[in-house]
Ligand binder design. Sequence first.
Ligand SMILES: CC(C)(COP(=O)(O)OP(=O)(O)OC[C@H]1O[C@@H](n2cnc3c(N)ncnc32)[C@H](O)[C@@H]1OP(=O)(O)O)[C@@H](O)C(=O)NCCC(=O)NCCS
Length: 162
Amino acid sequence: MQNDIRWMLGPEPKHLSPEWRSEVLELFLVVNGEKYSDASVSNLPIPQWGGNLLLLDGNDTSNPKCLKGLLWTTPFKDDIVRVAAFSISLELQNKGLGSLAWNHFVDCAINAGYSKVQLEVKASNIRGQDFYRKRGLEIMNKLEGYYSSGLGYMMRGDLKKY
Ligand SMILES: CC(C)(COP(=O)(O)OP(=O)(O)OC[C@H]1O[C@@H](n2cnc3c(N)ncnc32)[C@H](O)[C@@H]1OP(=O)(O)O)[C@@H](O)C(=O)NCCC(=O)NCCS
């Protein structure tokens, strides 16, 4: 892995500049196959904490083009945190970077008093489901109408490192 690729704490989405938000939209489109609006990204209630991570490639971290991935999680209710988005550029997948971010998030969430994690995933995204299943999450519900492209699942499990 190259040394200049690293996860960094991110700002709240509403504090990202339009140029950065446009890179986020591009990532969601290319990696997750989902088209979102600028407003839907800036309205995401992701606080500044250890579960808000941006994957950056390059020395000039002021350049939005260095954005290669993100993990956005948010307190949900009671002792549950929700993963709102997890996305890594295609060329950087399968190198252990997702696991690094996941473990950092899990540590921070447990330290903050959370014990469970939940998220939504497309039924067609078998690899994503495998990633989460190996980390202790299980499919709890089918989600009809949540994704425009088809069926989804809600997954939930105890927060634990893989
Ligand atoms: C799901 C996702 C975030 C996982 O991130 P990732 O960086 O690809 O995942 P990792 O490389 O950490 O782990 C995946 C597998 O890669 C392999 N791997 C882990 N470390 C590795 C390394 N250093 N070198 C090579 N392979 C490695 C392992 O087989 C690992 O499998 P595991 O689940 O048994 O640990 C990423 O693949 C992604 O963005 N996918 C598309 C969007 C998506 O599905 N998002 C989630 C649902 S919304």
